[in-house]
Ligand binder design. Structure first.
Ligand code: NAD
Length: 296
């Protein structure tokens, strides 16, 4: 019987809890949001009083939290995970986070005989629901292998990519590509509409041509043309991911011409107050600049 505790019951974590329960696992939960806890208890999850309490009851702990500062607090704060974990425990850190901090946290845990892997995910809420996420893992290979049966309940493309922090590194790079592709596709679509093209026809062509991407294939037909900007992954979180990628480049003193330009566009949308909207709201920002609407 798989037993795991999950901290962070938001758009991703909540769906992961459901997925594990449906797969027959025993699931413990912790969050600061009581409503989220109650919804999961109704589904059969077991509520813990603190991260430490959860760690005392469950050998495997998953964190899927908004950012690294909350992860740090959850690990090292009062009644944090490190107070409850032991040598048998394994932390599976699925937040999109800052690789350098992950390396520090991993080293701090190792110094106390504790273990963690970073295992961020890609795919969005639909794939979290279906258990078809991509999962990219950094850390010891033996810990990765131990976590694999649990990870296989959540995802289907699971790769061990290197040492501690490597998972968080590739995740930030992936989202930098994803953010840039969405922004570039948005500009092209808006220009096409301005020039009198039908957006649905444009997508038919792009999606059978070399401009195709996950943005053109999935986000545009399902979220933009339908004007269904339902929140799954907020613009706040995308801007956070871009900041992580940009600071990685900054640390290496390398230029980021293309992604840097897209980052400015994302920050523009953020300063317009769109942070709590779905990240696809960047298209609304582009539409306003072009004075068009991309609808099907
Ligand atoms: P979310 O904001 O929907 O959920 C975060 C949850 O964490 C909330 O339930 C919140 O109450 C809880 N939380 C906040 N502070 C806490 C604390 N101190 N202790 C315990 N719980 C706390 O976020 P999300 O969309 O589920 O994203 C979670 C992580 O997954 C982020 O790092 C994000 O970048 C990453 N991610 C999200 C998606 C997506 O499509 N939503 C896809 C890939 C990766």
């Amino acid at each position: 019987m798989v037993r795991a505790g999950i901290i962070g019951l938001g758009n991703m974590g909540g769906r992961m809890v459901k997925r594990l329960l449906e797969g027959g696992a025993e699931v413990g939960i912790y969050d600061v949001n009581q409503e989220a806890i109650e919804a999961m208890v109704k589904l059969g999850a077991e509520k813990a009083e603190s991260p430490a309490d959860l760690a005392r009851k469950f050998q495997y702990i998953i964190t899927v939290l908004p950012n690294v500062y909350i992860v740090q607090e959850t690990l090292q704060g009062n009644n944090g995970l490190m107070d409850g974990m032991n040598g048998e425990s394994l932390l599976i850190e699925m937040t999109t986070s800052i690789p350098s901090v992950t390396k520090e946290l991993s080293a701090a845990m190792k110094a106390k005989g504790l273990r963690m892997i970073d295992a961020p995910v890609s795919g969005g809420v639909k794939k979290a629901e279906n258990g078809t996420l991509s999962i990219m893992v950094g850390g010891e290979e033996s810990d990765y292998k131990e976590a694999l049966p649990l990870l296989e309940m959540l995802g289907e493309n699971i790769n061990h990519v290197g040492a501690a922090g490597a998972g968080h590194t590739i995740k930030a790079l992936n989202n930098m590509i994803s953010a840039t592709t969405l922004a570039a596709t948005g500009e092209a679509m808006a220009l096409g509409v301005k020039l009198g093209l039908d957006p649905a026809k444009m997508l038919d062509v792009i999606n059978t041509s070399t401009g195709k991407s996950f943005s053109s294939d999935f986000k545009f037909p399902n979220q933009v043309l339908t004007r269904n900007f339902e929140v799954g992954f907020t613009l706040d979180l995308m801007v956070k991911d871009l900041k992580i990628a940009m600071s990685m480049a900054e640390q290496e003193s390398v230029p980021m011409f293309i992604s840097g330009a897209s980052f400015q566009l994302w920050k523009k949308a953020w300063t317009e107050g769109r942070g709590s909207e779905d990240h696809t709201a960047i298209i609304k920002s582009i539409e306003e600049m072009f004075n068009v609407e991309i609808k099907g």
